[in-house]
Design a protein around this ligand. Structure first.
Ligand code: NIG
Ligand code: FE
Length: 400
């Protein structure tokens, strides 16, 4: 679609940049308008000075915010683990052991079946306001299945992540060193052309810190950025490994020591190392909800100066939600985040976790990825949980 598009009569505009002051991290502007040209934001200003445009969307006093940036999702899989969820709700603990069930179903699925699932979940997320979504492999765990998972993921996202080190698959159960060698060798070689990132599940029962360090270093050596699953099920060295390697993000962060929090804070945007090297703490409250686990303490991280993102962790085992508004509501209610902090973490925070400055923010030159709410303010995302508040989504300036 060509030509200019004006989003007019915006009651509250969340820019995550320069606002009128008083809006906290959100850079709020009142009674604003926003011009889109060539898929980018071309102008932002008071509605009364809005320029002429070829087309117009009347926000009618509603809130407009950057599209959500979901920086952690596992969308390439087959099968269903609803029975495992039901067992947990009846008292069973979550161990991550069900990952192998999904690996079996994923290996047995055709490319078209996997592609259809990614398309369905990508569409579901988009309708709920997510305009950027990271997609991981990690349910193939053979050279061919990891490569095809990433090939399919890359059809839907620029931010694809190689997670060959999700768990040790059953056929390597008694020789994990051989599996790590395979991940660093032929599997990485087949995956890297389709991936921007490398990830490891660093946890008891998955990969220990030495294996995780070795795998992440191999990925870095071929140009992949580092992120990892760490400190989800218990305390451990994963978060500090992420900081040591300059990871863009450490994800879950549910069980943290003071040393973990200090290590993350030492990388923060206003710290000595600057923003390009910040390690973001990405919190995934859908996982705690769906595994009936204690939530991470976002307040402790924010008060220490850590940069926090929120993401869905959408996957068939621990968090089968694609809804960023749901995660915002959980973060506010259960993790002691203010609504403004949660909305920032679900937009600008996610962008930082992906080391992107073109999304998660509305300023001239940024991608015209935005949502018009069926509500007058961003507060409603937490104030009205479970309500479909996304009225309009623009992705690259195109109404969806
Ligand atoms: O992020 N923790 C590791 N991986 C996923 C869960 C995967 C699964 O249970 O299938 C997560 O929670
Ligand atoms: Fe995950």
């Amino acid at each position: 679609m060509t030509g200019s598009l004006l989003v007019d009569n915006i009651g509250e505009l969340v820019t995550n940049g320069s606002g009128e002051g008083g809006g906290g991290p959100l850079g709020l502007r009142r009674d604003a308008a926003l011009l889109v040209e060539d898929g980018r934001v071309a102008w932002i200003g008071p509605a009364r000075y809005a320029p002429a445009a070829d087309r117009r969307i009347d926000a009618d006093g509603a809130a407009v915010l950057p599209g959500f940036v979901d920086s952690h999702a596992h969308l390439v899989f087959a099968g269903d683990r609803a029975a495992e969820f039901a067992a947990r709700m009846a008292g069973e603990p979550y161990t991550g052991g069900g990952i192998r069930t999904t690996v079996g179903a994923t290996r047995a699925a055709s490319d078209d079946e996997l592609r259809a699932t990614v398309r369905r979940l990508r569409g579901e997320a988009l309708r709920q306001g997510t305009t950027t979504i990271e997609i991981k492999s990690g349910y193939g765990l053979t050279v061919a299945d990891e490569a095809r998972s990433l090939r399919i993921a890359a059809e839907f996202s620029e931010d694809t992540t190689f997670l060959g080190a999700h768990v040790v698959p059953a056929e390597y159960a008694d020789r994990p060193d051989d599996y790590v060698g395979m991940v660093c060798g032929p599997m990485l070689a087949a995956a890297a052309p389709h991936a921007r990132w490398i990830d490891v599940f660093c946890e008891r029962g998955a990969f220990d810190v030495d294996h995780a360090r070795a795998i992440l270093a191999c990925g870095q050596a071929v140009g992949l950025g580092v992120r990892l699953h760490a400190n989800q099920l218990g305390p451990g060295p994963g978060v500090r490994l992420g900081v040591e390697l300059g990871a863009a993000s450490v994800d879950h962060c549910t069980h943290l020591s003071d040393a973990d929090v200090d290590a993350l804070a030492s990388t923060a945007a206003d710290g000595p190392s600057g923003r390009a090297t910040t390690t973001v703490a990405t919190l995934l409250p859908g996982a705690e909800f769906s595994t009936r686990s204690p939530y991470p303490d976002a307040r402790r991280l924010i008060d220490a100066g850590v940069t926090v993102a929120l993401a869905t962790d959408c996957n068939p085992g621990s968090s089968y939600t694609s809804s960023m508004p749901f995660c915002i509501a959980l973060a506010v209610r259960e993790m002691r985040m203010t609504p403004a902090e949660a909305v920032w973490a679900a937009t600008a925070g996610g962008a930082r976790a992906l080391r992107r400055d073109d999304v998660g923010v509305l300023r001239p030159g940024a991608r015209a990825d935005l949502v018009v709410l069926d509500a007058p303010s961003h507060l409603h995302l937490a104030y009205r949980p479970g309500v479909p508040l996304i009225r309009t989504v623009l992705h690259n300036g195109v109404p969806q």
